[in-house]
Unconditional design. Structure first.
Length: 388
């Protein structure tokens, strides 16, 4: 809550400064108007006393309203703005004490319309356009009542439209300033978060990913009992790459739709080549996650079974009504019936990690294999998942 008040104060601080400069100008104008009109008053001594109150309150209120950096400035501003209205209304009403009907009916009230606009400006800065307009209407109504100008001739007396317009304009400016401040702070938070993610991604890439890649490669070369260790290291390497890509995609889009391309390109490595369209391929986040996970599982199988020198190629195609993802390697291929035998033996990695994921999206996963390599083709319709 204190941070929110500080943010609001920072946003409206320039407006408060401008308002206090305007207040100084209006005080000088009010004193000049007093000098020009004092001879027409019935009680000139009382009028000078009231002008003294105007000057003192102007100084006090300006000092209090200028302390926008204080955490309690919002509460203080509210109290001063309310006091501003009370003093303005009291001074306007006191016009009847110092002048005759013929004077106050056809002239400005004692504090002048220009000085009375300070209360409207302060209300607009504090409460926005609604507060500014209501304040302008209130001060205008008091002016009409004091001067008994019930006919409200706007062509000859522009007090009401001027005050209401000031309240509306300043209120809109204050609301715009607050909104801009919130957007700026949100952008700064996003930038800081993105920079931190990039730093962590570099740390992970330079450390953990390279170690996992080394373990996968050496484990595959050694074989035997270390083959499973190599497989697990490969799976975690892919998972980390997907996680980094996912964080990058989230920083680029706050909606439920994401660009699938970064989720796939994050899995690229010296032995994995990824090709994607030039334009964004936007799909639901859950759908993107499942496709990326299926690709990661296919690449993990390639790294484990195709040999350490095998290369893998991932191709993403946007067909309009469907997405097609192809994963091809140049290994020895998969023997006919090998996947069915693995499923019968209770090893459900391919069935669940690849075929199961794509079929859950309403798509198809087809495996083509020869002695020159294996190729997976995922075809996922555009209607897949609620996130499309």
């Amino acid at each position: 809550m204190a941070a929110g008040r500080a943010d609001d104060a920072a946003a409206t601080a320039p407006l408060w400064r401008a308002a206090q400069a305007f207040r100084l100008v209006t005080v000088l104008y009010a004193v000049g108007q007093q000098i020009a009109s004092v001879d027409s008053y019935r009680e000139p001594g009382l009028s000078w006393l009231l002008i003294g109150v105007l000057v003192v309150w102007s100084v006090v209120s300006a000092i209090l309203l200028s302390q926008w950096a204080d955490p309690e400035s919002a509460r203080r501003h509210t109290a001063v703005v309310l006091g501003d209205h009370a003093v303005v209304i009291a001074l306007m009403a006191s016009t009847r004490l110092v002048a005759d009907y013929d004077w106050y009916h056809g002239h400005q009230t004692l504090p002048t319309t220009l000085w009375a606009a300070n209360a409207v400006m302060s209300a607009a800065i504090r409460w926005g356009p609604v507060g500014g307009v209501l304040s302008g209407l209130l001060i205008s109504a008091v002016s009409i009542a004091v001067r008994e100008q019930w006919e409200l001739d706007l062509w000859n007396d522009a007090t009401a439209p001027v005050l209401v317009s000031v309240g509306l304009a300043i209120g809109l400016a204050a609301s715009t300033a607050r909104r801009a401040q919130r957007q700026l702070e949100a952008a700064m938070r996003l930038t800081a978060a993105a920079q931190e993610r990039e730093r962590l991604a570099r740390e992970v890439h330079d450390g953990v990913l390279q170690v996992l890649s080394y373990i996968k490669r050496r484990g595959s070369e050694i074989g035997g009992g270390t083959a499973e260790l190599a497989q697990r290291a490969g799976e975690q390497e892919v998972a980390l790459r997907v996680l980094i890509s996912e964080q990058g995609a989230r920083s680029e889009s706050s909606s439920t739709h994401v660009d699938l391309r970064p989720w796939l390109t994050a899995q690229a490595s010296p032995s994995v080549f990824v090709s994607t369209p030039g334009d964004p391929v936007r799909i639901g986040e859950w759908t993107a996650r499942e496709i990326a996970a299926a690709v990661a599982a296919a690449l993990s199988n390639t790294a484990l079974h195709a040999g350490t020198d095998a290369k893998a190629y991932v191709l993403l195609e946007d067909m309009g009504d469907a997405l097609v993802v192809s994963i091809r390697d140049d290994g020895p291929g998969i023997a006919p019936g090998r996947l069915a035998d693995a499923a019968a033996e209770g090893r459900m990695g391919v069935a669940r990690s690849i075929v199961g994921r794509i079929e859950a999206l309403g798509g198809e996963a087809e495996l083509l294999t020869t002695d020159e390599g294996a190729e997976w083709e995922f075809r996922v319709p555009r209607t897949a998942g609620a996130g499309w």
